[in-house]
Design a protein around this ligand. Structure first.
Ligand SMILES: [Zn+2]
Length: 489
């Protein structure tokens, strides 16, 4: 019984450019075998050497992924349609230009890329694809530094960078695009100079702006691939949705302390970031690298993986991370991959998407002006004090007890003399360590900037403490106004 099989564009060279082919069989597996019997060159694109369907090829019977039916044993009928949905890669490049339209290599490029040219997976045509490719790096920070450096070194013809920050000295622990001399200058100006210095053959395009719902689609349309080096959830969801809506693969990377993740989202037929994480975590629940720290070399590893994935997508080599989530643990020095499925109910890449235009991502992630300020509770004015008042009371020898609710690692960097450290998270179970009862000294609470200590004061008020004050501006204000010999962080 002949069954209709839909052939995707990248595989049509192996079916004489036919988009629909008839093949016989009682099951999906039989149909695919008779298809590859008639079109032999198709076989290696669908089946591995072990005879199994390749993991990056999804087969659909009508609208259903056969992995959720009876796999290759799924029976087929005369009115059914079998669709082949390959993830990008596996022999096909995301670039649509035919080889004869790719730019030629100059003599100096042949010399520069000689280690690529002698590899069969790249070769002259692969290097010409790299030269034709346009890759956008969202964020020129920890992840954007190694990814853009390696993409430039590899000869990706056009590299776009989106960022609007200035270089801060605390960036240099991991953001290897920048040098100490760049501190205080525009990141993009410094990045562009560094990338052009590494490889003058590449074109660096600077988008010195915040990526927003108003400009993302217009910017993404100018590129073939987007490398996501965002450091916040609103931008991650914005990048994902804009990639799905413009049809650009999203090479994802994320980092926290010692843990990294990478994947390729929004590739044809593959899952997107929302299929994996439909909802963002509530604001404040997952700390950012600015709050929780990150091992400096970690973005080097994850950003380099992102560059490798982008290059594979361009030259059409190997199996991309589409449909897989790579988990890296630098403490264990271990890599694991988990399988990901496209969620047919996904609001952006699902079968009946409800998100067809970009939305307000700050609102989607629950970010309000109050949460942006660290969700510190507003205290009545009688519970607030300043670093100047605190200094005067210490000098007068007032009966006060100074409580520091930061973490031990922060206390080791700088502290107010005479303070007692009890991190905010331990306050509830260490309450008996606080002075209590008639005649007890007043408790002066501080943290880094005043947010956590305001929470501590609110907690202690609930516990019945009344003689309390929160130090506005925290220890950073103390260092600015009282003791500039200590180090800020
Ligand atoms: Zn999705």
């Amino acid at each position: 019984m002949p069954i209709k099989v839909l052939i995707p564009t990248p595989l049509r060279p192996f079916t004489n450019q036919q988009s629909v082919v008839q093949a016989d069989g009682q099951t999906v597996g039989e149909v695919l075998r008779s298809l590859t019997g008639a079109h032999g060159e198709l076989a290696p694109h669908l089946f591995g050497n072990d005879g199994k369907l390749r993991s990056f090829v999804n087969i659909y019977l009508n609208d259903e992924d056969i992995r959720y039916l009876d796999k290759e044993r799924t029976p087929v009928g005369a009115t059914d349609t079998v669709s082949i949905v390959p993830s990008v890669a596996g022999g096909t490049s995301v670039l649509e230009a035919p080889v004869d339209e790719l730019p030629a290599l100059t003599a100096s490029e042949v010399q520069r890329y000689s280690r690529h040219l002698i590899m069969p997976e790249v070769g002259v045509d692969g290097q010409r694809r790299l030269k034709a490719a346009k890759v956008l790096c969202v964020g020129a920070g920890g992840l954007g530094s190694p990814s853009s450096l390696y993409l430039a070194a590899a000869g990706v013809g056009t590299i776009g960078l989106v960022d609007f920050d200035k270089v801060d000295v605390s960036n240099l622990q991991r953001q290897i695009l920048y040098s100490t001399a760049d501190v205080g200058t525009s990141k993009l100006a410094a990045a562009s100079a560094r990338l052009k210095g590494l490889n003058p053959e590449v074109n660096v395009v600077m988008h010195e702006t915040a990526l927003t719902s108003a400009n993302a689609l217009e910017i993404f349309r100018q590129y073939d691939i987007v490398v996501d080096g965002a450091d916040n959830f609103p931008t991650r969801y914005l990048v994902n949705d804009a990639c799905v809506l413009t049809g650009k693969p999203n090479v994802y990377g994320s980092i926290f302390r010692f843990d990294g993740q990478a994947s390729v989202f929004a590739a044809p037929g593959g899952p997107c970031y929302r299929c994996l994480y439909p909802e963002p975590p509530p604001p404040g629940l997952v700390p950012s690298c600015a709050e929780g720290g990150v091992l400096g070399v970690l973005p080097g590893i994850v950003g380099t993986i992102q560059a490798a994935e982008a290059i594979k997508l361009i030259i059409g080599a190997g199996e991309s991370l589409a449909g897989r989530l790579l988990l890296f643990d630098a403490l264990q020095m271990s890599f694991r991959t988990l399988k990901l499925h496209r969620d047919p109910a996904c609001p952006v890449c699902g079968d009946a998407p409800t998100i067809k235009a970009l939305i307000d991502y700050e609102q989607f992630c629950g970010i309000t002006p109050a949460t942006r300020a660290g969700a510190a509770p507003a205290l009545p004015p009688e519970f607030e004090t300043t670093v100047d008042e605190l200094k005067a009371r210490i000098d007068r020898g007032d009966d006060i007890w100074i409580l520091d609710v930061r973490e031990k690692t922060e206390y080791d960097i700088c502290r107010i003399p005479g303070s007692t450290l009890i991190p905010l998270g331990e306050l509830g179970k260490r309450i008996e360590e606080l002075p209590q009862g008639p005649g007890a000294p007043e408790i002066i609470v501080h943290c880094k900037m005043g947010g956590r200590s305001a929470k501590a004061v609110a907690q202690l008020r609930e516990r019945g403490f009344t003689r309390l004050k929160n130090v506005k501006g925290g220890i950073l204000a103390w260092i600015d106004k009282v003791d500039p010999t200590q180090s800020k962080y």
